[in-house]
Design a protein around this ligand. Structure first.
Ligand SMILES: [Zn+2]
Length: 72
């Protein structure tokens, strides 16, 4: 069986090399050395740990909605 393509493989955890701005909330900073969620859109998007939970939850809910709609 061929491998199923992972369409979210650019979703990843990175460790900031320098201080970065959180793209989900401009008042949040990601400090150098801090782990954060990152993906490409197509430029790199950095999301702090605090916001990542909500962003990933919205994405998961959306995927579930699409999956359910398709199976009807
Ligand atoms: Zn944030």
């Amino acid at each position: 069986m061929p491998a199923v393509r992972n369409i979210v493989k650019d979703f990843r955890v990175e460790e900031a090399k320098a201080e970065r701005k959180c793209h989900a909330n401009s008042s949040h900073k990601i400090l150098a050395g801090e782990k954060h969620f990152a993906y490409d859109d197509p430029g790199r998007i950095n999301i702090c740990k605090e916001c990542a939970d909500g962003v990933l939850k919205v994405a998961a809910d959306h995927l579930e909605k699409v999956r359910v709609e398709l199976s009807k």
